[in-house]
Design a protein around this ligand. Structure first.
Ligand SMILES: CC(C)(COP(=O)(O)OP(=O)(O)OC[C@H]1O[C@@H](n2cnc3c(N)ncnc32)[C@H](O)[C@@H]1OP(=O)(O)O)[C@@H](O)C(=O)NCCC(=O)NCCS
Length: 396
């Protein structure tokens, strides 16, 4: 059968709702008025059968994520679905391969996604590099944390939103893979930001500066099932982190459980015993390099690392980036030039893991994602992308 792959038209948004709502379990809901799969930051690609039926789809989201202190342009993939009767017949591969080409044309250099199952994406070169994890912590544990006497807490006002966003950005900039919360996908006004959560609390130091914040939601009930969900808890100072965390201890009588979104190396861990926290949910996310030379140029690299490695990139899904390339690092910048001896061979999943700093060359070799090279190339490649573990706090 011949299928047509093309962007959805304005009159075809209902088709995307129907396919997506059936796949993701909200089919009983009518399409909300004004809902559209497409927006300035989202393009939906559809696969149509000869009868004009939408049989598969995927969305390319325009977003930026921080790597090495710079914002890298990303094609965030969402809403991937194939009609139930046609799964396993190559339509997912078809739409995702086209999506990668289109994302590259509009300037995305890597692609990320939250996977419900890794296999279809691994087959196309994405690899899991991290997970968005909510930890379950008893509120009574937090009640034992003493707040700092010089730090005050208050509800944020609209005027505080720029400071709150800058605090998030400061942490995102120093992280690996954190979302840049600006651009068309995050066009929220201060009023909308405040409306997004039941509580947005700021921590103010004795000079009056906002040095931390927490965004949180109160779940229903006040019995043993009462819960509080904390999406962000970011303190720029130890005092702010401690005082914000202690605040959630004050809920112990009516919301005995606090669910808190935490990266593996969050400073909050310095105030918790690991045995007091258990993962409540874990949503893995994957990365793929879409345009290797542009991806190398876009991210930041260690300023004190100078060196070159000859790579051989295998990639039959994004063939424009396969072949021998020389990686040149100097003064915090990176270049990937065509040519060289192809000493270190990387599969697409190997390239993804290495780029994200999710695995060392030795681990990649043991996974079969990297071959060739020696201790010297391993050390340079390892140091080049070493950094905080990939962490993403925004589900999409
Ligand atoms: C996930 C989904 C979109 C895959 O679409 P599809 O059209 O069935 O995928 P394809 O037939 O093109 O398969 C692509 C590759 O993934 C592999 N694959 C697909 N589904 C798989 C599964 N359930 N388990 C293992 N491998 C799978 C195929 O073997 C194929 O690999 P290959 O090309 O190397 O042989 C489809 O199963 C679906 O709609 N699932 C329900 C919604 C969903 O989970 N969406 C994903 C959200 S992240």
């Amino acid at each position: 059968m011949t299928y047509q792959v093309r962007p959805l038209g304005p009159g075809e948004q209902q088709l995307a709702w129907d396919l997506g709502s059936l796949a993701f379990g909200y089919h009983e809901q009518p399409m909300p008025e004004g809902w559209a799969s497409d927006s300035p930051s989202r393009r939906t690609l559809g696969v149509f059968d000869p009868a004009g039926r939408l049989v598969a789809k995927a969305v390319d989201r325009e977003q930026g994520q921080w790597f090495g202190g710079r914002i890298v342009p990303v094609g965030g993939v969402a809403g991937v679905a194939t009609a139930a009767e046609l799964r396993g017949h190559g339509l997912g591969r078809l739409v995702l391969t086209e999506l990668l080409g289109g994302a590259r044309e509009r300037g995305a250099v890597i692609s990320t996604l939250f996977d419900t199952i890794p296999a279809p994406y691994r087959a196309l070169g994405w690899e899991e590099v991290g997970a968005l994890v909510y930890q379950r912590v008893p509120a009574r544990v937090l009640a034992e944390i003493r707040p700092d006497a010089t730090t005050t807490l208050r509800p944020a006002t609209e005027a505080d939103i720029p400071a709150v966003q800058e605090i998030y950005r400061e942490v995102a900039r120093a992280g690996t893979g954190m979302m840049e919360r600006s651009g068309p996908a995050f066009a929220a006004s201060p009023t909308q930001v405040l409306a997004d959560h039941h509580g947005l609390t700021v921590a103010v130091d004795k000079t009056g500066d906002i040095v931390g914040y927490a965004s949180w939601d109160r779940g229903p009930g006040y019995d043993a099932n009462g819960k509080l969900t904390v999406d962000d808890l970011i303190g720029l100072t130890p005092e702010a982190t401690r005082t914000l965390l202690a605040m959630f201890g004050g809920w112990a009588s009516v919301a005995p459980t606090v669910l808190i979104r935490l990266g593996a190396a969050d400073p909050v861990w310095s105030l918790l015993a690991r045995r007091d926290a258990t993962p409540e949910s874990s949503q893995p996310w994957m990365l793929r390099v879409v345009d290797a030379p542009a991806a190398v140029a876009a991210r930041g690299w260690p300023r004190h690392l100078t060196g070159e490695v000859d790579l051989e990139l295998a990639d039959d899904v994004c063939p424009w980036q396969q072949g021998p390339h020389r990686l040149v690092l100097s003064g915090g910048d990176g270049r990937l030039e065509p040519g060289g001896a192809g000493t270190v061979r990387l599969t697409p999943r190997g390239l993804a893991s290495w780029y994200a700093g999710a695995a060392t060359p030795q681990q990649l070799r043991r996974s079969g994602f990297l071959t060739g090279g020696d201790a010297g190339t391993d050390e340079l490649l390892r140091t080049a992308t070493a950094g905080p573990a990939p962490t993403l706090h925004d589900y999409f």
